[in-house]
Design a protein. Sequence first.
Lengths: 727, 393
Amino acid sequence: MIRLPTRFHPKHGRLKTLAAAVLAISAICLLTSPLRAQDDTPPGGDPGAAMDESDPHAGHDHGADPHAEHTHDSGGLTAQPRLHSWPAEAIELLRRVPIQDDGRVKPFDTFARYTLLRLNGRQRFTLENPDGSKTDLDPVAWMLDAMLTPEVAIGHRMFVVEDSNVLVADGFVPPAGRSRRDRFSYAELFPVRDRIAKLASQYARVKEQDRTVTQNQLVTLDRNLADFEQLTHFSILKELETDVSGAPRFEEAFDGHATARLSEILARADLVRVAIDETARAHGDGAAPEPGSGRDAEVLSRIARLVQVVDTYGRRLALIPPNGSAADEPEYYTFAALSHAAMEPGARLKPQIELLSEWEELSRSVNDPDAFTAHAKSIYAGSTALAEARAEAGKVGLEVTYHRMDFVYYSLMIFVAAFLLAACTWIWSKNRVLAKLVTFTMAGGVLYLAAGITMRCIIRSRPPVSTLYETILFISAIVVAVSLTAEWLWPKRVVAAVGSLAGAAGMFFAYKFEIEKGVDTMPQLVAVLDTNFWLATHVTTVNIGYAAGLIAGFVGHVYVVGKALGLRRHDDAFYRSIARTTYGILCFGLVFSVVGTVLGGIWANDSWGRFWGWDPKENGALMIVLAELIILHARLGGYIRDWGLAFLSSLLTVIVAFSWWHVNLLGVGLHAYGFTSAIKSVVIGFYAFEGAIALTGLGYLAWTRFGKSSAPGANGTPPAPPALPKA
Amino acid sequence: MSRRSTTLPGRVLDVLSSFGLTIVILTLLLFLTWRGTLEQVDHSLYEVVKRYFEAVIVMIDVGPLKVPFPGVYPLLWLLSVNLVAGGLVRIRKNKATAGVLIVHAGILLLMGGSLVEYMTSQKGHTTLWEGERSHEFQSYFEWEITVASSEPDGATTEYVIPGEKFIGLGDGGKLTVHSAELPFELVVHDFHKNAEVVPARGERSGGLPVVDGFALLPRKLEPEAERDLAGCYIDVVRKDGSRETGVVWGGQRADWSVDAAGRRYAIGIARRRWELPFTVVLDDFRKDDHPGIAMAKSYESDITKIENGVEEPVRISMNAPLRSEGYTLYQASFSEPMRGSDRYASTFAVVRNPADRIPLYACIVITIGLLVHFVRKLVLHVKRQSTVARSAA
């Protein structure tokens, strides 16, 4: 049900909302019109004016209502308070509507989630109510706000400005009480929108690596504002109708209605086409006009302008599945594309035009919850039926479920719990129930994550790893699974803790990576990656090698740091077991690294015609293999013993990080997946952490070799730290 | 490993088969691979490969010093010796080392295959517009100077100066080429791997001769070496002592024409070409994007392979090359139709590599060896643990 405030007057409220909507759309259209650079007056920029001069709201400023309650007036763009809430049933139905975005069919829910994530930095939007309370908006609800009630959405504080001082110089006046880094609404940023666009266009010419943080953020802000503007264009749909009264040719076609909406016009596209042909012919023949033909021509001209408006503003969302198979007709219709297709001779688009009609009705039923839900039902049914006929609806529900289950978040929680439990086993070392609980929690976490990975495989019809994001999920799962196995083989309650912590860190990284990228994590793949055989073999094995290298190094950390801090100083068996564990995982990793690397070469040979090309990613994989071989041969040759094995394994994590992430940031080679400054910071942070571990180890080595006799303390030994429990 | 030898050959063999040498080689390889990777940010892959991976000595900046390191190529030779001596000959041969022996054999096979590829492979490309045919392909990086003359019967005779003869000439270097069949000798000088022909005045510009108002201006090497356009000056010295100087450049549309002994010769510089044992005709090229976005979903070329008059239709796409007669054709790139045309062009990478399948066989051998070795170790560990657990119980 739509929740109305007690003092809400439906008639006035609706008028006020409509007026504000017209103002907001007009302002946004004016700003984003492709012609605005040529002319200050928006030609076609005011869709209301373009549609119908007789529209009482068209072209007039109804927005600056000084009596409006809870409005945010900002430089001429006024946001209206959110007086509605979308019916829950409608949201659930619309969530599952199949649409096409980023080259694939996905639920409307996924589109809404990632758009909100990109703009807001979170997949939920927290709305500040006028009474100070807060409401969490579902991504679909937020998306409906932007699409259907832009006059409200322009007041949503969702755009993160890292340093608002940058904009102050350009005339931006931050509202009182806002910090330098804060979220601002579109209405608040509107006065400096042009300036943001200009600066961003200037900075976009600089390579991302060379931009300052502020410049990068401004480019992102501009992109986000532009995305939002495109979404708000959808609301034009509710205004898209034209006066056809008094035109003999059209009155009958539109059942005597005085006005015709876009869907009605497209449904009678044959008539429009004939009218165009005949008008053109009559014009060419110089024949005397028939009675009423002047009005016909006028209506025809209005229809042409309406289609022009759709062509300009109806290009963002591909909501309507076409007829035919996905191979023959791959692209879903945007409203602009549907208008063009419907005007083609012989077009048979009845179900598509009916669907358009339902979207029109939905956009006009914002204040009527029952009607809104009914139209949402029709949209869901119509879209699903069309998509099912193309075999594209089958995985839409699964994808909605995938996002609902929030695998990353819950796996993170489970791994944290497993780590805490593992830490408890250090205190209550005899408690077998606790030890079993650690195992079950870890297994539960890894199974939950594996379920998420499996769902992704089913949705994408791909093996587990085909994107950088998926490497994080997969490697984290393998890290925990290997830790569990190692704990079973060498039960010291250390590997379980290390594995849980690494799994939790992996999930946290996946979460941050998703936010940083702000794009759908199930993108389409470039042509060379379109091979499930090599993705399943090379990519999977090489990532298992990464995972093993990491966990071997992390277990090695325990040895190095434990020795340096003097933990369990006299428990040689404990350290021997840790070293054996490290060695075992290292051997496991070597198998997958070697095989994965060679398989990569064979794939490259099949795709590019060479086995080895010294590409950075190939080199990274080779470096892992070389490092593992060095460690194992050094141990075999007696050059290192347990400490050396653990220390060098610790360093291996740096090489894995280099191969996994750093080479992608170099911006060269065939595997450069794009530079991201935030990821670079994480990689550098990781190097720093590993550097600290290495220094600790080297410090310990220096102290044991050279400084033992002269070091302070009892016989030169450092003060005894708290001991870990015995195994 | 056996005890230390007392004889000199024995000691040499000790060193060559030692773990110490293995570790040193692997560490150097690791370091050079890392440096070679980072170098690619500022230099072309081709340059980096030449400098780090194919050179005998690599000079690396360490602070203000230039420190010599062995290149990857000699290191791999040394590693092969070490592997054979230590990992196959001197290693104890029993159940415990069976897996290791298999792995080492697999690695040798892989390295042998790479050597065969390095020594004998031909790598290049051929670009065809729809409807065009070709029976040759050209190198990405190698250049050759060609001298062509038309015979009275209409046939063309081509003389070729291979790139390795002049590529290292450097500033001031000259190469004089004679041929009994040519009525002149050629003096190649001022060769540059990447250059541009620019208008110039006077007799010399920037130290280089000006020919017919143009000079060859050296340019910085491109990050993608295949974009480099080589050029040089050539002096034609006729038998009567007359001399003519010309500029040949990889980017020029027509060769330089020289008249001698009553015939006309066309002299030019072009990327090295190889013959294919069959002819390829591009019938159709298709590029499909993912719906609604500018990301390629697939590239496909329908070609006709003509060999000994027999035509065979073949489809080449990403990850599905054509293999025939020791040559492999891969879908590499494409060009949009030119203005006024609807014909696409498709570029195929062409490789002749006798060791094409060796990495696959080596991979299988290495996998088997690793599994034999480590699974055995795992089983032994589990057994030992069970024994310890039983005795503790």
